[in-house]
Design a protein around this ligand. Structure first.
Ligand code: ZN
Length: 335
């Protein structure tokens, strides 16, 4: 009875023994070594494959960038060549070689009117005063007396008297009937004018607008600057339409620019100046500007707009060394 039992025990212990024997056997260690070897061989291969794969992606990307870069270089070289050829052969004005920003602002056309001298838009002689441009609160001026006791800016006295003297040589006596005007005087004149129109039956509003066709509001009159004068002939001193027909008015219209004065409110510019034609109102701007405006039939607003446009477009107005640009009144500055 004992024998079979022992056999079963033997069998069970034999299978456990064989497991234990395998784990501790030489075969097991051989298998282990083989597996480790296999891993040692396989892993580098896997890494190599990954590396190659990754490398190819990098290379492809690099190749892509390189091609694009080369294309770009070639393209810009081609463009540069084209631009250079244009510069050499074509009209320079068509090629913008300053910067991209300037390309949006074409340079003036050949036939476009250009001011050939320097215009400093902040200079005293280019001071614009009208309904849209009231005089600034801190405006200062140095007034001097004219021969007949009116007051003007000291810097225009010399030119003004030169003009009066020149007219005298033609046998004409020019009279300055109005020059510098303070704010109170302007208000007084405006009120008088309004009353005159109200006396003709207009209501205040209509009378005010009628008056404004001949007189600027307080602060908007050129007479506040001391740079403007009303001039009439001795034989006809009314400031009305008849004044334009006098020999004196005609002489002034023809020659004032030679002394740096402009007819400030011309007949054909009423829509721009917003003031009725005044054959007697002259404004000092300097001989070059006055001559240019006379030559090209521009009023002051048009001239300043043109100067500003040219400066914005980058059209340089250099002062040539031998320029005739002189503000005549400078000699009497501060007197
Ligand atoms: Zn005036």
């Amino acid at each position: 009875m004992d024998a079979p039992l022992e056999k079963t025990e033997e069998l069970t212990s034999a299978s456990t023994d064989s497991k234990e024997r395998y784990l501790g056997s030489v075969r097991f260690f051989k298998h282990m070594i083989l597996s480790v070897n296999a891993l040692l061989i396989l892993l580098p291969i896997v890494f190599l494959i990954i590396a190659l794969y990754k490398n190819s992606i990098l290379q492809a990307a690099y190749a892509c960038l390189k091609t694009e870069y080369e294309d770009y270089v070639l393209q810009t070289a081609e463009q540069q060549k084209e631009q250079f050829a244009m510069l050499q052969n074509e009209d320079r004005r068509e090629v913008s070689f300053v910067s991209d920003k300037d390309e949006t602002q074409p340079l003036p056309e050949e036939d476009e009117l250009r001011i050939p001298f320097y215009v400093d838009l902040n200079a005293w002689n280019y001071l614009l005063v009208n309904e849209m441009h009231p005089l600034s609160q801190d405006f200062e001026l140095k007034l001097v007396d004219t021969r007949n006791g009116k007051q003007v800016d000291g810097r225009i006295k010399y030119s003004l008297e030169k003009m009066l003297d020149a007219a005298k040589e033609y046998g004409m006596e020019l009279i300055i009937c109005s020059a510098y005007r303070g704010y109170e005087k302007q208000q007084e004149l405006l009120n008088e004018s309004i009353e005159k129109y109200m006396g003709k039956g207009l209501n205040y509003e209509s009378a005010f607008f009628q008056a404004k066709r001949q007189l600027e509001r307080v602060g908007c009159s050129e007479h506040h600057t001391g740079l403007a004068v009303d001039i009439v002939g001795e034989h006809y001193q009314s400031l009305d339409a008849g004044q334009a027909n006098t020999a004196e008015a005609r002489w002034l219209a023809e020659h004032a620019h030679e002394y740096g004065f402009i007819l400030r409110y011309p007949k054909d510019k009423e829509k721009i100046t917003r003031l009725e034609f005044e054959s007697w109102h002259f404004r000092y701007v300097g001989t070059e500007a006055a001559g240019f405006m006379k030559e090209h039939n521009l009023c002051f607003e048009e001239f300043l707009e043109l100067a500003q446009k040219q400066q914005e477009m980058g059209y340089k107005q250099e002062i040539p060394e031998d320029s005739a640009y002189r503000v005549d009144g400078q000699e009497t500055n501060g007197h």
